[in-house]
Design a binder for this molecule. Structure first.
Ligand code: AP5
Length: 245
């Protein structure tokens, strides 16, 4: 699997899109930004949270193994999650690049990803040089995260993310703008579980910033403003600049 030059339909620009990792605490806007960036660059969003929730909905063995941990706000085991990502990266839509949303989340997962991308020969461009993942860390204050997560509503049909309290409100309360489905609240978006998720983020995921910073791959973006378009532009520009890493 190698990275190639693709032409963006919106801008007509050609760029090499490789692996993109979106880091950030629960509620930082990883899913919101990944959905927009996916549309722009035409590469898939791989959300480990969404894949796990889909397994739970379908009642698979993997879903049954992960359900209790997710409902308590704990991380699911590295082996389960890495296996899921390995399966997803085999799909042909990942050949030109992909956005990982919510993965890696531990240093072990990051080390696994580095090894796995080398095995897939993902870093080899047509020029024979290595293409490293671009890692974008979205930063948002604790109280803003709490407010965003308690107000989050999601469309069960198309997956679009809304918020009852912020600028991301649907046009009609609790109804998806795209397909008219009734919006739902995620089970892990109650205050007690949110606090546990934020604690686990501090303990297990925040060290990843150091891991990627040492390897000169980390780009920090302030994700706290209410202007979602401005954050999208900053993320998009970081990916385009990262093209020449
Ligand atoms: P996952 O689904 O990945 O959840 P998360 O990381 O906790 O992140 P969230 O989806 O809650 O937040 P987000 O950053 O995507 O924010 P969003 O864009 O929705 O994981 C869930 C669980 O699965 C984990 O707890 C764990 O158990 C398990 N899991 C998943 N991956 C795993 C892994 N790799 N290893 C082990 N376990 C794993 O935005 C939030 C809200 O804010 C929305 O309502 C949105 O509309 C709003 N909003 C976004 N941006 C703005 C803005 N700029 N201004 C105002 N409002 C905004």
């Amino acid at each position: 699997m190698g990275t190639e030059t693709v032409q963006n339909a919106a801008t007509g620009k050609s760029l090499v899109v490789g692996p993109v990792v979106l880091l950030g605490p629960p509620g930082a806007g990883k899913g919101t930004q990944a959905q927009r960036i996916t549309d722009y660059f035409g590469i898939p969003q791989i959300s480990t949270g969404d894949i796990l929730r889909d397994h739970i909905r379908r009642g698979t063995e993997l879903g049954l193994a992960a359900k209790a941990q997710m409902e308590r706000g704990e991380l699911v085991g590295d082996q389960i999650v890495c296996g899921m990502v390995a399966d997803r990266l085999k799909q042909p839509d990942c050949t030109l690049g992909f956005i990982l949303d919510g993965f890696p989340r531990t240093v072990k997962q990051a080390q696994w990803l580095d090894r796995h991308l080398v095995q897939l020969r993902y870093f080899e461009t047509e020029k024979g040089c290595l293409k490293q993942p671009i890692v974008i860390q979205l930063t948002v204050e604790y109280n803003d995260l709490l407010r965003r997560l308690t107000g989050r509503r999601t469309c069960p049909t198309c997956g679009r993310i809304y918020n009852a309290y912020t600028s991301q409100k649907p046009l009609v309360d609790n109804v998806c703008d795209v397909d008219g489905s009734a919006l739902v609240t995620r089970k892990d978006d109650c205050e007690e579980v949110i606090k546990e998720r934020l604690k686990n983020y501090e303990d297990q995921t925040l060290p990843l910033a150091g891991y990627y910073s040492l390897r000169k791959r980390l780009i920090e973006i302030d994700g706290s403003g209410a202007d979602v378009d401005a954050i999208t532009s900053a993320v998009r520009e970081a990916i385009e600049r990262g093209d020449c890493l």
